[in-house]
Write a protein that binds this ligand. Structure first.
Ligand code: IMP
Length: 447
């Protein structure tokens, strides 16, 4: 019963959608296990561009059941909008399943997130203002509304009648924002429930039944390891656990049911929002990465901060995710740079430090770099490692050595075919490799 977790090893936006797409042919279920509509991926099919925030990218493959797991926080408005957009463009959304235990992002969560960020201004976290933090906070405080609650309006009314006065008090008194009206909220939530009723199920049973039948389940993480609530650069993190362990709690799967974990990273680093970023480049190289790499957020349109690849947290990221193999994306973006730097660790006050580094130290950490010669050749048509410029191959080898697990896939462009498969790499766990399951036919491409 193979289950594969796809997890980001950096600050999100590593291109996890492309990994999912490569494996889609062998997969029957794609399960999102955390986050909400703060995530985003752009999917290109021929001339068509799809922008998805909540629905797993597997929806574009007719044989896949896309599942929104219990660990996800769901804004029903976003979900209904994405479903309508898909239907309009000829993609059947009826297969989408949402966990009845997934928490609902209510309108007051979005208002609270926005108000808190606005008040903190430049001292804020730079959240996506989608209500993610307040919804997870209410989940932990046991004051949340779950998708299943939307199906029982009377019980929902009673629950909201208990919760709403406190939320309204914060909005009105602390932030000077308008209050929400109970009747309006209940009516809106009940209408979401009616429209989503066929999709709201117990997704843990769905996942477990599929595994029992021997089907391949893919668990798709959003954001990345360095934005993990526990293991990231707290407090500049998201409010969920993007790490592979989150796939168990948020996807309804046991640790030993996970067959392999594919860690996804870009050939350089990006970060959206505030928080320490030791390898950030505020110069011509940073602009090269931003512009050539199209590093603009899918959800907010914000420019991503760009910098050299930061391998200081890499070993820890590989360990805590039990990464069995790695996909490196966007190697082609580095073409044209005279030299390439790779951060192998940090010094704080002149002394080397080991990840994890306390926030105050991270803020003044100096990267320790290894410098590699660059290359000019366009890589987008390369399909074999031997055809890469020697400099690019040496850079991939260095990344692999620092990670301590094989890099089995190297992406040189957004299309599915623009992928180098490094065959015969031995995984540390001796686990089955994904090579046999890869689908390298043309389009769709997911970035
Ligand atoms: P939140 O998840 O909206 O609460 O935002 C918390 C932090 O995570 C902010 O710095 C966001 O920019 C960042 N973040 C959230 N989702 C993503 C993502 O999908 N990619 C990159 N950064 C993200």
């Amino acid at each position: 019963m193979p289950a594969t977790v796809v997890v980001g090893l950096q600050w999100g936006d590593e291109g996890k959608g492309k990994t999912t797409d490569l494996l889609a042919a062998s997969v029957s279920l794609v399960v999102r296990y955390q986050g909400g509509d703060n995530a985003g991926h752009t999917v290109v099919i021929g001339d068509e561009v799809f922008k998805l925030h909540l629905v797993p990218s597997g929806v574009l493959h007719p044989h896949i059941t896309p599942v929104i797991g219990n660990g996800v926080v769901v804004n029903p408005k976003t979900l209904l909008t994405e479903m309508a957009m898909l239907a309009e463009r000829g993609i059947d959304p009826s297969r989408i399943r949402v966990s009845r235990a997934a928490h609902v992002i209510m309108p007051y969560h979005v208002a609270l997130d926005g108000a808190a960020e606005a008040r903190l201004a430049s001292d804020g976290l730079g959240t996506t203002r989608r209500g993610i933090g307040p919804t997870y906070a209410d989940r932990s405080a046991r004051l949340g509304i779950r998708m299943g609650d939307l199906l029982e309006p009377e019980a929902l009314r009673q629950r909201l009648a208990r919760i709403l006065p406190e939320r309204n008090a914060i909005l009105v008194d602390a932030y000077g924002q308008p209050a929400f009206v109970l009747d309006d909220l209940v009516a809106e939530a009940a209408s979401w429930g009616e429209r989503l009723r066929p999709h709201i199920v117990d997704t843990t049973t769905l996942v477990q039944d599929a595994l029992e039948r021997g089907e391949h389940v893919l668990l798709e993480g959003a954001q990345g390891t360095l934005l993990d609530l526990d293991h990231g650069t707290y407090p500049y993190v998201t409010s969920s656990n993007p790490i592979a362990g989150g796939a168990c709690t948020g996807g309804g799967i046991g640790p030993l049911q996970v067959d392999q974990v594919i860690g996804v990273m870009k050939a350089y680093s990006t970060r959206v929002g505030t928080g320490p970023f030791p390898t950030e480049l505020d110069d011509v190289t940073g602009r090269h990465l931003l512009e050539k790499g199209h590093e603009f957020g899918t959800t907010t349109g914000r420019q991503r901060r760009c910098g050299w690849f930061d391998a200081a947290p890499l070993r820890m990221a590989v360990a805590i995710n039990s990464v069995s193999s790695i996909m490196v994306n966007k190697l082609d973006i580095l073409s044209g740079l005279p030299e390439i730097r790779l951060c192998t660790g940090y010094a704080v006050d002149g002394a080397p430090v080991r990840w994890p580094v306390p926030l105050t130290e991270l803020e003044r950490a100096t990267p320790i770099y290894r410098t590699f010669p660059g290359w000019d050749a366009d890589l987008t048509d390369v399909r074999r490692m031997v055809d890469l410029p020697a400099e690019a191959a040496a850079y991939v080898d260095a990344l692999e050595e620092l990670a301590g697990v094989p890099i089995t896939l190297v992406s040189v462009g957004p299309e599915r075919t623009q992928t180098i498969v490094r065959t015969g790499r031995v995984q540390p766990t001796g686990r089955r490799s994904t090579e046999h399951a890869l689908d390298l036919r043309v389009a769709p491409a997911i970035g």
